[in-house]
Design a protein around this ligand. Structure first.
Ligand code: NAP
Length: 252
């Protein structure tokens, strides 16, 4: 027996929103732990450059599928391609997400719909697409990216908070539906993680947020990726329907 067996050796993992930020680090970490990857996002070039990086690091070349998670036909096709290439799908990380912040009174229907359709409906579409093959396999892991904002709400983020609270309810419902088929479904609720999504915020807002984090620093994408690895690996075999907060103590 190897002293350091890879945690995802031979597992087939689909990661959405893999082109940058948290999803990118999840893909890199999963590849280094032996997973065969399907990486998706809308930006084809960023996916290709990530696939190249993973290949150059000596890991199996990922399958890149450029898609919008709102497009159920494209998502179904992506799962078909995954099964054609790898024969199974063991892990789905529903990470793709956007913000369209603004006060509720001034929020447009379009900004509401964009966020709900991408963050919540997109995650549902991807879960539905992998559920059948996972049921046939009688095994699967689904990790949904929620947010602490889905737990506590936030002024200026009614759409985002509702989508992330919805992700938590979706996670628990699906965990109850699919638990008997050995499909474990959990959510991660990151706090403030330094990515393009949060870099756009002004310094005043960032400083206020920093004061609310007991450990006194912002998180890094790899902090979330390591939690995703735990939830995707055998180390979490008896955990389902849970929300793990990765936020330096911001919400407790
Ligand atoms: P990010 O850097 O903006 O990356 C978002 C990813 O989602 C990109 O790869 C983007 O790729 C993809 N994406 C967006 N819309 C998509 C769509 N319609 N179809 C397919 N892919 C789409 O954001 P991040 O900070 O890494 O966030 C990742 C996840 O963590 C999100 O769900 C976010 O809500 C959650 N989260 C982040 C934080 C934080 O502090 N950063 C905190 C809590 C939760 P393309 O643009 O190429 O499509």
């Amino acid at each position: 027996m190897s002293l350091n067996p890879k945690k995802l050796e031979g597992k087939v993992a689909v990661v959405t929103g893999a082109s940058r930020g948290i999803g990118r680090d999840i893909a890199l970490l999963f590849a280094s732990e032996g997973a065969k990857l399907v990486i998706t996002a809308r930006n084809e070039e960023l996916l290709a450059s990530l696939a190249d990086e993973i290949k150059k690091a000596g890991h199996e070349t990922p399958l890149c599928v450029a898609l919008d998670v709102k497009d159920s036909e494209k998502v179904d096709e992506m799962v078909d391609k995954t099964l054609d290439k790898f024969g199974r799908v063991d892990i789905l990380v529903n990470n793709a997400g956007i913000t369209r912040d603004g006060l509720m009174l001034r929020m447009s229907d379009e900004d509401w719909d964009d966020v709900m359709d991408t963050n919540l409906k997109g995650a549902f579409i991807c879960m539905r697409a992998v559920a059948k093959p996972m049921m046939r396999q009688r095994a699967g892991r689904i990790i949904n990216m929620a947010s602490v904002i889905g737990l506590i709400g936030n002024a200026g983020q009614a759409n985002y908070a509702a989508s992330k609270a919805g992700i938590i309810a979706l996670t628990k419902s699906a965990a109850k539906e699919l638990g008997s088929r050995n499909i474990l479904i959990n959510a991660i609720a990151p706090g403030f993680i330094d990515t393009e999504m949060t870099r756009a915020l002004g310094d005043d807002i960032k400083n206020t947020i920093l004061k609310s984090i007991p450990v006194g620093i912002f998180g890094k994408p790899i902090d979330v990726a390591k939690t995703a690895l735990f939830l995707a690996s055998d180390e979490s075999n008896f955990i389902t329907g849970q929300v793990i907060t990765v936020d330096g103590g911001m919400v407790m």
